[in-house]
Design a protein around this ligand. Sequence first.
Ligand code: CA
Length: 229
Amino acid sequence: MNKILIIEDEEAIADLQKDYLEINDFQVTIENDGAKGLEEALRTDYDLVILDLMLPGMDGYEICKNIRSEKDIPIIIVSAKKDDIDKVRGLGLGADDYMTKPFSPSELVARVKAHLARYERLVSSTQRQNDMVEVRGIKIDKTARRVYVDGEEKVFTTKEFDLLTFLAENPNRVFTKDELFREIWDMESIGDIATVTVHIKKIREKIEDDTSKPQYIETIWGVGYRFKL
Ligand code: CA
């Protein structure tokens, strides 16, 4: 069930919004004070905030700015004055929508649903986009082509990145230098396998604490390399 926070000091309006949203299966919380509203918005995981502008404690402009600096949930601003809405737009506070009072509760519900659907699509597409490979302390973001070792980003050349990714995606398998060369450099290996050794050395310098005792890429003497899971 989606959770919605209404920050609104006019109780009749807040109650009306709450009733309509609850009929539509939303879980609703009302805060009448601006400062308390902001506190609640930051403390609890809401899916959407409906925000009045003129409030005791703290005004809606400040609240919107503060929520936006912490969270990317949809914020719908409601105000009795058309001028205020223009001001909000002009300030670029990061609100997702604006409604002028009085508005029909069913329109509010429709907009809430639309914003939640849009937000969910956005969140799931972001998660889908990032194709990650994670092995212990190493995190490889294949989409962004970035590597993090114990949370710290390390810079890899294209081939180093490809080689590390290939090994990490095929752990516990031994690859000969020839196989790795063909896989990464995409051509028949004729005497260039020293390139693989050089690249493995460079990768180790970036991912291993102690390159003389590799924890990730093991050397299998006389055969090749293996990525330890
Ligand atoms: Ca008000």
